[in-house]
Design a protein around this ligand. Sequence first.
Ligand code: BT5
Length: 264
Amino acid sequence: MAGNFCAVMESQLRKALADLPIGEIRYFESVGSTNDLALEWAAAGAPDFSLVLADEQTSGRGRMNRKWFTPPGAGLALSLVLRPNDFERENIRLMTALAALALVDALKAYNIPAQIKWPNDVVINRKKTAGVLVETAWLGLDVEALVLGIGVNVYPESVPPESELYFPATCVQSETESQVERLTLLCELMAELVSWRSRLGTDTFMDAWQLSLAFCGEAVRVYGAETALIDGVLDGLEPDGSLRVVANGDRHVVHFGELSLRPL
Ligand code: BT5
């Protein structure tokens, strides 16, 4: 497996996460993308809820092959291998929300009112702090594994220069008075992931997602490669997690994976 493996950190992680029902753990000082390693590991039989964590990513990626910036010592870059049950297999579109909701809840420990910028970003005070990238490993026509990639800006060095951003960004440490430790935040995030996974798609899950939605009731612009640009008011979530936007009195339902969103 590629990457610069670090056994000391891996055993620290194992201890810190010992109380959680998770699979195996692999830690690297520097990798291309943790999602790539997790996809390879999934194909090689990684057990459910196995974790790949890296201090630095040299080719971290976002959706549509956009870049995700992960310099050393500054953020969290992790990918989880999930072996989906039947419900999860049929509701892959909820997995991005699972990761986002887990982080929103983990940040409550720091008194941070984080929100979800549909579909895959976590924002604090309207600035992007984290992104989620879910990828799928197929076996024939079946989903063999899901890889849940999560990048979190923890310290200021993790925030890319403004010139490289389409949307303002921040980091967890800049938004709280508390001292943030990456290992502690990781443990809190993992605990929330375990907890929200068991409630995936329930009313509690959908309500929490709706409540965490950023820019609700505000004028937004929704755009996507195959979808006409919509200027309207963000109205909320549909029961299946699609986004509802009202424009000139018409309701538009925007499905997953198609679009981005930004306030006007
Ligand atoms: C995302 O994509 O936000 C998903 C990011 C997922 C990253 C994780 S890290 C662990 C795992 N391994 C990977 O290789 N990826 C996952 P998207 O919505 O397409 O946003 C990408 C855009 O966000 C870029 O085009 C930049 O404009 C901006 N960006 C890049 N790095 C950023 C950062 N650290 N903080 C804020 N914005 C960033």
